[in-house]
Write a protein that binds this ligand. Structure first.
Ligand code: WTA
Length: 653
C-alpha cells in the first residue's frame, strides 16, 4: 500500500453554497429521494429502470451473489433502440441529438431521425462483415459522429465494443485487441489535433498484424494518404453508405454484455472492465437526469470528455441519448484555434450544462479569466467536474468565471468500474462545498473505512468502499475472474465491500472529500496510468536497467509522471545524462503506451531506494520529485541511497 495522499487545504475549507430557491423549485430530484431510496433500494432502482423501454419486463430487480450481481433479471431490451428509435417513434425525430463541431470548423447537425438512419446503416454494415451478438469490435476513432454510430451499431447487434482512446499507441491497441479477441477494428485515416492532421491508420495497421482482426473499417476524416491492405481494409463510405437505413433491433437479456473498456490497474496489464445492458443503461440515464438536472428538449448539454474514456461512454453516448438529450460534441483541443474555443462553442449553441475535468479548469485558469469574460455564457445552468479531486481554488474559479456565481457545480466521483456517477451533489438540493463530492446519490451506498473495514466516522479519513451493489457496476474483468476478485473484493473480503482504490475523508458534517488513489495508479489530467505500466515501458528500452515511476503533484495536470532510471553499464556517463537520451526515453514511452504516458521528467540515478524485501519506496522518490525534504529512510536496505540520489541530481542540474 502506498502512502496516504493529502489535500492540504481541506481542513480549512468552510465555504458552502446552497442552491437558489428558483433552481430548487424546478430541480429534477428532491431531498426526499434519499429517504425513499434508503427505505427500499430495489423498489427505487425498479422505478429508475422504468426510464427505459423493456421488450420484456424483469422478474427480479437484483440477484446478488457476491461479488457477482445481476440486475433486472429476466428483462429484455435493446440499448440502441432505447437511445435512438424510441425517441423517433415518440415524435422527436427532428430534435437535434448532436451539434457536432469539427476542430477545423466544419460542423454537422444530427437529429434523432438522422441518428437512427446512421446507426441502422452502420449495424447493417457490421452485420455484412459477419459481426454478430457476443462478438468484440475494437474502435479507435477521433471525436467524430461515426464513433457514436459505431458504438450504437454494436449495441444494436448485441456485439461488444472495446473503444480505445485515439492517443494510444499501436502496441497498446494491439494488446487490447488481443485480450478481447476482436474481430473488427473501426478506425480513421487520421485525426485533427491542434490544427493539424495526425495519422491514425498506420497505427491501426501495426496493431492488427497477427491478431484476430478480420477487417479494418476506415472512416475518411483527414483525406490523408494511407497504406491499404486489399481484402482486409474497407472504406466506411464504400460500405456503410450503401446499406439500408432500416434495421430491426433484437431484444437482449438485461445482463447481455454491452462493452469492454480497458483501464489501468496496479500491474502493467490493463484490465478489460465489462459492463452489461439493463443495469448500466438504467444508472447512466438516471444519473444524467438528476445530477445534471437535464430537461429533454430544453437543455443543451456538453460533456467535453473523449469517447475513449468511460465518461465519454456514459455521458456522451448512453446516458444523454437514453434521456433524449441535445448534445454538443467537439472534435478538437480546447486551444485550437484560440483559447476561447470552448466558450465560443457554449455561446454558439447556448449550452446549458457543461461537464469537464479539473485539469482543464486549471488550464483555463492559467490562460486567464479575461478569456471566458469575452463570451456570453449566460445560457449555462449547471457545471460538472469529473476525473480527479477538484481543488477548492479551481472550484471557486469555475463558479465565478464560468458559472457567473449562479450555477450549481456537481463534483462527480465515479470510475470506469462503477459505470456511472456514484457520489455527487444534486443541483437544486445539495448545499455544495468547493472540492467535495458530498454524498452518495439516492440509491447508492458508500463508506469510508479504516484498515479493519470499520467506518471511520465524521472528521476522519480512510479508504472509500461501496458497501452495496449498484446497477451499473462492472460485471467482471474480461477473461480474468481471479483478478476481479483480488482487485476489488479481497481487501475487505470479510465485510464484502468493493474497494475503490481511493482515499477519502468525512468532514465534520459528514460530507465526503476524495483524496486521490491509494494504490500505484497515477491520475494525469484525469487519465489513469499505472506506475508499473510506465516502468515496464522504460525497461523495455535497451539502455535502461531499472526504472521507478511516481506521480508527483502538478499544478495543472493533477499529477505529473516522474521517472527515475538506472541505465545499463555500457551507456557512457555523458551520454546517460544527456538531453538526447532523456528525449529518447520519453519518446520511447510515448511509442509503447501513448503520448499521455510520457514522463514529465526523467532523472538518471545510480541507485533506487528499496526496502530490505526489495520493494521500491516510491514515497521517498515522490519527496524528491516534489522537492520536499526526504522523509523517513529507516526502512531502506541502504539508507545512503537517498543521499546519492539527491547528490546526483544536484550535479546533474
Ligand atoms: C478519480 C473516471 C476525485 C478517482 C470517471 C477514481 C475522482 C478514478 C473523481 C477513476 C472526483 C474520478 N473526485 N477523484 N470527482 N472522479 N476520480 O476510471 O481516483 O478514468 O478512482 O473514471 O478517477 O478514473 P476513471
Amino acid at each position: 500500500m502506498a502512502d496516504e495522499p493529502t489535500l492540504s487545504n481541506l481542513s480549512t475549507e468552510t465555504r458552502s453554497f446552497p442552491p437558489s430557491a428558483e433552481f430548487a423549485a424546478q430541480a429534477n430530484a428532491t431531498e426526499e429521494w434519499y429517504a425513499r431510496a434508503e427505505a427500499d433500494r430495489e423498489a427505487f432502482w425498479a422505478e429508475q429502470a422504468e426510464r427505459l423501454h423493456w421488450n420484456q419486463k424483469w422478474e427480479k430487480v437484483l440477484d446478488w451473489q457476491p461479488p457477482f450481481a445481476k440486475w433486472f433479471v429476466g428483462g429484455k431490451l435493446n440499448v440502441a433502440y432505447n437511445c435512438v428509435d424510441r425517441h423517433v417513434e415518440a415524435g422527436y425525430g427532428d430534435q437535434v441529438a448532436f451539434h457536432w463541431e469539427g476542430e477545423p470548423g466544419d460542423t454537422r447537425t444530427i437529429t434523432y431521425a438522422d441518428l437512427k438512419r446512421e446507426v441502422c446503416k452502420t449495424a447493417n454494415a457490421l452485420a455484412s462483415l459477419g459481426v454478430k451478438a457476443g462478438d468484440r469490435v475494437a474502435i479507435q476513432l477521433p471525436m467524430i459522429p461515426e464513433a457514436v454510430f459505431s458504438m450504437l451499431a454494436c449495441a444494436r447487434l448485441g456485439a461488444m465494443h472495446s473503444v480505445v482512446f485515439g492517443g494510444f499507441s499501436a502496441s497498446a491497441l494491439k494488446a487490447r485487441i488481443e485480450d478481447a479477441e476482436c474481430k473488427l477494428l473501426i478506425t480513421s485515416d487520421g485525426q485533427f489535433r491542434r490544427g493539424k492532421p495526425a495519422p491514425m491508420k498506420e497505427n491501426a495497421d501495426q496493431a492488427v498484424e497477427g491478431t484476430t482482426i478480420e477487417h479494418v473499417l476506415v472512416v475518411k476524416r483527414t483525406e490523408a494518404d494511407v497504406p491499404w491492405t486489399e481484402g482486409r481494409d474497407i472504406w466506411w463510405h464504400d460500405l456503410v453508405d450503401k446499406q439500408s437505413d432500416e434495421h430491426t433491433p433484437e431484444a437482449f437479456d438485461s445482463e447481455h454484455p454491452l462493452f469492454i473498456l480497458y483501464t489501468s490497474g496496479t500491474t502493467g496489464k490493463p484490465k478489460g472492465i465489462l459492463h452489461t445492458s439493463g443495469g448500466y443503461l438504467t444508472q447512466a440515464a438516471y444519473t444524467h437526469h438528476v445530477v445534471f438536472d437535464h430537461k429533454p428538449g430544453e437543455s443543451v448539454y456538453w460533456c467535453t470528455a473523449d469517447i475513449g474514456w468511460v465518461t465519454g461512454h456514459s455521458y456522451i453516448v448512453y446516458g444523454p441519448l437514453a434521456n433524449r438529450a441535445t448534445s454538443v460534441m467537439y472534435e478538437g483541443t480546447p486551444n485550437t484555434p484560440h483559447e476561447g474555443r470552448h466558450w465560443e462553442i457554449v455561446q454558439k449553441y447556448g449550452v446549458t450544462i457543461y461537464y469537464t475535468a479539473p485539469t482543464l479548469i486549471r488550464t483555463f485558469m492559467k490562460w486567464g479569466s479575461d478569456i471566458p469574460a469575452k463570451y456570453d455564457l449566460s445560457s449555462l445552468r449547471v457545471l460538472g467536474s469529473v476525473g480527479e479531486p477538484i481543488n477548492p481554488e479551481a472550484w471557486m474559479w469555475y463558479r465565478e468565471h464560468v458559472g457567473r456565481n449562479n450555477c450549481p457545480i456537481v463534483d462527480t466521483w465515479w470510475q470506469t468500474e462503477t459505470g456511472a456517477i456514484m457520489i455527487s451533489p444534486l443541483p437544486g438540493v445539495t448545499v455544495a462545498k468547493p472540492g467535495s463530492a458530498m454524498r452518495p446519490l439516492p440509491g447508492i451506498s458508500a463508506e469510508v473505512v479504516n484498515d479493519d473495514g470499520k467506518p471511520v466516522g465524521k472528521g476522519n479519513g480512510g479508504y472509500l468502499v461501496l458497501d452495496k451493489p449498484w446497477p451499473s457496476m462492472l460485471r467482471g474483468i474480461w477473461g480474468d475472474e481471479q483478478r476481479y476478485r483480488e482487485t476489488y473484493w479481497s481487501r475487505f473480503a470479510e465485510q464484502g465491500y468493493y474497494f475503490a482504490g481511493d482515499g477519502a475523508k468525512y468532514d465534520e458534517d459528514g460530507a465526503i472529500w476524495l483524496l486521490g488513489r491509494v494504490d500505484d495508479v497515477m491520475n494525469v489530467s484525469g487519465h489513469r496510468i499505472s506506475t508499473t505500466e510506465v516502468e515496464s515501458a522504460l525497461v523495455s528500452h535497451p539502455a535502461v536497467a531499472e526504472a521507478a515511476v511516481v506521480g508527483a503533484s502538478d499544478p495543472t495536470t493533477g499529477q505529473g509522471i516522474v521517472a527515475f532510471v538506472i541505465l545499463r553499464g555500457n551507456v557512457a556517463r555523458d551520454e546517460a545524462s544527456g538531453t538526447e537520451m532523456i528525449k529518447e526515453l520519453r519518446d520511447h514511452v510515448a511509442k509503447e503506451i501513448g503520448p499521455i504516458a510520457k514522463p514529465r521528467q526523467i532523472m538518471v540515478v545510480e541507485e533506487l531506494p528499496k526496502t530490505r524485501s526489495g520493494k521500491i519506496m516510491r514515497r521517498l522518490l515522490r519527496d524528491v520529485a516534489e522537492n520536499r525534504e526526504i522523509g523517513d529512510v529507516t526502512t531502506l536496505a541502504d539508507s545512503t541511497v537517498m543521499d546519492l540520489i539527491a547528490k546526483g541530481l544536484k550535479e546533474g542540474t
